[in-house]
Design a protein around this ligand. Structure first.
Ligand SMILES: [Zn+2]
Length: 165
């Protein structure tokens, strides 16, 4: 197997495990681990990982096993909105994606393309707590404060690099 293909296969496997782990902890109601998975996905965006949303199977699992307003589904829509381009192989398989995902990604893409970059950024970069599950506003405020350094580094990024704190 070619080295690049081996790497892609490795990341595909890790990402599939993360999706399945998220579904499992969602059913168990483990909000903290759900939030940790979202943080990990946000940090790795642009680090060379394939797009999480670049697999019909992964998107299909997320949208069939989770409520469409779950943070992972929202992350997938955000990622498609900001990261998909014409070179993505999955474009040939759009018909295999869940309709809800495709419709929401299309809506978000149309809104995004009408605004300058500094006005509209993905939630995973500018306000990660929008993709977290918090019991209440107190917990959300506490979490945002704990992510202060993380936010500072994320907000300054121009591309989709990972964040190291
Ligand atoms: Zn949070």
């Amino acid at each position: 197997m070619h080295e690049a293909a081996r790497e892609t296969s490795k990341y595909d496997r890790i990402q599939s495990i993360l999706i399945n782990l998220y579904v499992f902890v969602d059913r168990r109601g483990v909000a903290g681990l759900r939030n940790d998975i979202i943080d990990l996905l946000a940090e790795q965006r642009g680090s060379g990982w394939p797009l999480l949303s670049g697999s019909t199977e992964r998107v299909g699992i997320a949208f069939s096993c989770l409520p469409s307003n779950s943070t992972l589904c929202r992350y997938l829509i955000d990622e498609a909105t900001f990261c998909w381009d014409g070179k993505l192989a999955m474009i040939e398989h759009l018909q295999d994606l869940p309709t809800e995902f495709t419709v929401e990604a299309m809506k978000a893409t149309l809104k995004y393309t009408k605004k300058p970059d500094d006005v509209y950024m993905p939630d995973w970069r500018s306000r990660i707590c929008m993709l977290h599950d918090h019991a209440d506003d107190v917990e959300k405020t506490r979490c945002a404060a704990a992510h202060a350094v993380w936010f500072d580094k994320m907000i300054k990024m121009q591309r989709m690099e990972p964040v190291k704190v």
